[in-house]
Design a binder for this molecule. Sequence first.
Ligand SMILES: [Zn+2]
Ligand SMILES: [Zn+2]
Ligand SMILES: [Zn+2]
Ligand SMILES: [Zn+2]
Ligand SMILES: [Zn+2]
Length: 223
Amino acid sequence: MANPMNMETRFFCCPVYTCGQQHPLTFESVTEHVRKVHPGIMKNLGYPKTVGFCTKCTSYTRFKHFHCHECHDGFHFRTEAELTAHLKEAHAKWYFEYDCKYGSECHGKSGACGFNHLTSGLGYITNDDPIPGGVCRYDRPWDGKRCHNLHCRFDHFRGRVKFLIDTRAAAAAPEAPEAEYEDDFEEDDRRAAEEDDRREADEEYERECYEQYCDVLRGGDII
Ligand SMILES: [Zn+2]
Ligand SMILES: [Zn+2]
Ligand SMILES: [Zn+2]
Ligand SMILES: [Zn+2]
Ligand SMILES: [Zn+2]
């Protein structure tokens, strides 16, 4: 009764042209059909105890096929581990963070907003593709390295917005605005007022950013 090849209980249609019989797609019934009706196939397969049927190849098999869904030539493996390794090596996809819906109008494009503003509609790159201009060169998820600069204005790979939101949520109190990239102000109180404005504006961008992120999540668009 066990179904070691994990075949779903559906029907298969025998691909032998002169046969075309339909039987339940179970290990037992496939084996029985081949044994009774197609001794030649049984011989070709080397007289296995059990015969399987691959619906992707529409052929009888001795071992379960772990097909690569990216290769379209029936490429398959004998084990799931081999398939996983193949997918990682040959088909790794590095998705970019979503584009900011405010684009170049975004008030947070100089770093507060984690969405991408410099590139658009890139989707993803594979290991063979060059990294497009405008993408942060410290963001290298394939090396296990991500950009941790909270004010980086370049574009990043998927996970940037979540990183900013998580980091900001983890910070007990908002950090004092960093002074190094501020213009020089002559009057202290003017500077303080600017910083207040900036902090308020930053909080607003973060809220917008968060709402945008929630929209994306709700859209079910997350990979
Ligand atoms: Zn048949
Ligand atoms: Zn197959
Ligand atoms: Zn493949
Ligand atoms: Zn933005
Ligand atoms: Zn960066």
